[in-house]
Design a protein around this ligand. Structure first.
Ligand code: NAD
Length: 361
């Protein structure tokens, strides 16, 4: 298969971690007989330095021409970098918002997995974490409260602010379909999270999700109120497979689920549109404090590349091989500094990439 991948290395540790992800993808291509073409795209600070803006039209065109985008991370030290003296619409992060919009990336996927070998990093009690967990948070990314009408007024000296939470059935249906499709590739369970006891938008969410569920009889659907879900994530995270939810609930729950794993350098993510196209990036930032030191953990980016293989290219066997390589390398006791623990062997970014690539054969 020919894989046409656009690469945004970005800033800080971005180039280091993307280099290792490409190394692993190249090994997958070699072992499984695929051909990969990479196109480099500038975004964020790297684009500001060259073009004066965080994202150019040409960069968007190049991204659209690819089958998928692999990204490192963008941004610099927000207190010292000159990029943050620019107006907000010209700062690195504006590039990320613009590309998400230009590519219509409405579905955000954040897996939260507790690896046995990293269980000590999990802040939950042993009796809870010992059951392990492996869940996927599916968050609607382009609607809801963050995109609704808003205004602030003042009447008779009293300030008043209004934000609007709006969803139409099409916006709900397309993310629900993604959620069920992804559940079909996993343990076939969807927990749809809403606040249907209070919000009209949630009641519509629930109805539309049920309509979509009818097309996926193999998938078990349950509904959960968002406040209960926040509690269940720390009480019994093993119960979840796919959590499907709207923008703001997903923003909060995905951060909560990430923190429950305890290892920022391990957290992958994907943002998809209604085709197979997606942008794949680690959940962490550009870590300017460790950039150029060769110590960054590339695993989150490599697991994001595995998500790309699975969701943009339907190469499940290849994605399994990458995820299995991560488990094996951890099992053998290799760790980057952020996940280091006693008795393990500390390796740098490049060595971790080499170990993971070697594991795929
Ligand atoms: P960060 O995630 O970059 O770093 C937080 C801490 O985690 C730092 O101590 C860092 O060294 C460590 N860390 C992060 N990733 C690591 C890895 N792979 N291996 C080892 N250690 C790692 O968050 P921050 O410091 O708040 O933000 C730095 C910059 O990144 C900012 O400019 C911010 O806007 C940007 N950012 C970008 C994205 C993105 O591109 N999607 C996301 C978040 C933050």
């Amino acid at each position: 298969m020919r894989l046409n991948i656009a690469c945004i290395e970005g800033d800080g540790i971005g180039p280091e971690i993307v280099t290792e992800a490409r190394k692993v993808l190249d090994k997958v291509a070699y072992v499984y007989g695929h051909e990969i073409t990479y196109t480099n795209i500038l975004m964020g600070g790297a684009s500001i330095d060259v073009h004066g803006v965080p994202l150019t039209e040409d960069a968007v065109t190049a991204a659209k021409a690819a089958d998928a985008v692999l990204m490192g991370s963008i941004g610099g030290d927000t207190t010292t970098s000159p990029w943050y003296k620019l107006p907000p619409n010209l700062r690195p992060e504006a590039g990320l918002l613009a590309i998400r919009k230009a590519l219509n990336l409405f579905a955000n996927l954040r897996p939260a997995v507790l690896y046995d070998e990293l269980a000590d990093a999990c802040p939950l009690k042993k009796e809870i974490s010992s059951a392990g967990f492996d869940m996927m948070i599916m968050r609607e990314l382009t609607g809801g409260l963050y995109f609704g009408e808003r205004h602030t007024t003042e009447e008779n000296g009293i300030r008043k602010a209004v934000d609007t939470l709006t969803y139409d059935e099409n916006e709900i249906r397309r993310i629900a379909i993604k959620g069920f499709e992804i559940a079909m590739k996993r343990k076939k369970k969807v927990t749809s999270v809403d606040k249907a006891n209070v919000l009209d938008s949630s009641r519509l969410w629930r109805k539309v999700v049920e309509e979509v569920a009818a097309d996926y009889p193999e998938v078990t659907l349950e509904h959960m109120l968002v406040d209960n879900c926040a509690m269940q994530l720390v009480k019994n995270p093993a119960q979840f497979d796919v959590i499907l939810t709207e923008n703001m609930f997903g923003d909060i729950l995905s951060d909560e689920a990430s923190m429950v794993t305890g290892s920022i350098g391990m957290l992958a993510s994907a943002s998809l549109n209604d085709t197979k196209f997606g942008l794949y990036e680690p959940s962490h930032g550009s870590a300017p404090d460790i950039a150029g030191k060769g110590i960054a953990n590339p695993i989150a980016t490599i697991l994001s590349a595995a998500m790309m293989l699975r969701f943009s290219f339907d190469l499940d066997k290849e994605a399994d091989a990458v995820e299995c390589a991560v488990k094996n390398v951890l099992k053998k006791g290799y760790r980057t500094i952020d996940i280091m623990s006693q008795g393990c062997t500390q390796v740098g970014c490049k060595e971790m990439g080499d170990l993971l690539a070697d594991e795929i054969n």
